[in-house]
Design a protein around this ligand. Structure first.
Ligand SMILES: *Cc1c(COP(=O)(O)O)cnc(C)c1O
Length: 406
């Protein structure tokens, strides 16, 4: 992979017509180590956030020893780059053949359930393979209610009474037991984890079984950009969230057992930026070479404002407009699909023109992993960049990807 000091250097040297992902391994390692330093337990990186092998490998080098996986492809990706890493199979709804593959081929011994039929599947596979149930830790995922930018509890998690039943049944079969939750992604309210811990405490008290571990899931917020014309939104920092979580863990009496966290976004968001090219400027519209079916899928990044840096093409000698003035551009994506238009504008200097580049920062989480091959456009070019996106001059623009619905 080619290495550059900055994304600007990469853009001016390569003059890329395809989107280019700028990977910053040092930023990834620093953010992973920062998280591990602050969390008093095991850090299991959530592979779905960004499952690129170079990411998994760099995390293993940074000392991440456990990975939260959800599918056979994720088992294989982790195994291929970090053969000694532990895998935690944390998808609540699984094909029985995948459970078998996890236990038999990959030696996975940590698994999650949130329904009695999932317990039945597990018991069937464990019997068929003649595995000692006491060698498995089975986490029961409980429902939570919170204020994450993306709620996931509507989909997964057992209600408190049901969780009690699941724990008791697993206990009768001799499994080691854990409780887990996942509060959603990009949480904004520091009370969120405490509410989940309170539910976990209630379930523990009712079930009357011994717990071998507590897994607090992911959801830790990453830092993004903000609209410079508006008040910066009040967002708790990771340090604040973590200090609060550590105190809550003690207060609810979970500090005497092994803890697990499954961070994704907070670890990988800052490790990538993306260079896109303006293929055409038509008035206040920019047609770029990426879009909602590739790195900018609105569905997932929909509530986030990304910082953007203008990289003017020096070959353009005459420009119109005021380079100091930020104006909104409607952004049209690369595919022929008429919905491939970002629902919010990019704010960029008035002078932006056909042929210029834009570097979009903090794109590492849920963008590479969500790209599709629709219309034949599949960004897959990577360079390594040494300087963190946030170093140097402040980004002059921002890519506002908020959905219209808000
Ligand atoms: C997606 C997911 C995560 C990671 O969430 P982030 O918000 O990216 O930290 C962790 N655990 C589970 C079970 C998930 O589904």
């Amino acid at each position: 992979m080619q290495i550059f000091e900055t994304a600007r250097d990469a853009a001016l040297k390569l003059r890329p017509d395809d989107p280019v992902y700028c990977f910053r391994p040092e930023v990834l390692k620093a953010d992973a180590r920062d998280f591990m330093g602050q969390f008093p337990g095991k850090t299991a990186y959530a592979v779905k956030t960004n499952g690129e092998k170079l990411v998994l490998k760099t995390l293993a080098e940074a000392g991440v020893e456990a990975f939260d996986v959800a599918s056979p492809a994720e088992f294989a990706a982790v195994r291929s780059v970090a053969p000694n890493a532990e895998m935690l199979y944390m998808h609540p709804v699984k094909a029985q053949s995948d459970i078998r593959l996890a236990l038999e081929e990959y030696g996975i011994r940590v698994i999650v359930v949130d329904h009695e039929d999932e317990v039945t599947k597990l018991i069937r596979v464990v019997r068929a393979l003649d595995i000692d149930p006491g060698s498995l830790t089975v986490f029961v995922r409980i429902q939570t209610k919170g204020h994450a930018a993306y709620e996931l509890s509507k989909k997964f998690g057992a209600g408190p009474a049901q969780a009690v039943e699941l724990l008791r049944r697993l206990d009768r079969h001799g499994y080691k037991l854990g409780l887990c939750f996942h509060v959603g992604s990009q949480i904004q309210d520091p009370d969120t984890y405490e509410r989940a811990l309170a539910s976990a405490d209630w379930v523990r008290g009712r079930a009357g079984v011994e717990l071998a571990a507590l897994d607090v899931g992911g959801g830790f917020p990453a830092e993004y950009g903000h609209d410079p014309n508006r008040k910066k939104p009040e967002m708790p920092s990771l340090d604040e969230i973590m200090a609060r979580l550590r105190a809550d863990i003690v207060e609810w009496g979970f500090d005497d057992m092994p803890l697990v966290a499954e961070p994704g976004r907070v670890i990988v968001a800052r490790a990538f930026s993306l260079i896109v090219r303006v293929l055409l400027r038509k008035g206040r519209r920019l047609y770029i070479n990426d879009g909602i079916w590739a790195s900018l899928s609105d569905s997932w990044t929909g509530k986030i404002t990304l910082p953007a840096r203008f990289i003017p093409d020096p070959a353009i000698r005459n420009r119109n407009g005021n380079p100091e003035k930020l104006v909104p551009f409607k952004v049209c994506g690369a595919t022929c699909d008429s919905v491939d238009i970002l629902s919010r504008p990019f704010w960029l200097p008035e002078t932006v023109d056909t042929g210029d580049w834009i570097e979009i920062g903090h794109i590492g989480a849920y963008s590479l992993s969500l790209r599709t091959r629709f219309n034949g456009f599949y960004p897959d070019t990577f360079v390594e960049v040494k300087t963190p996106f946030d170093a140097g001059s402040a980004p002059e623009g921002f890519a506002s990807l908020e959905t219209m619905a808000d």
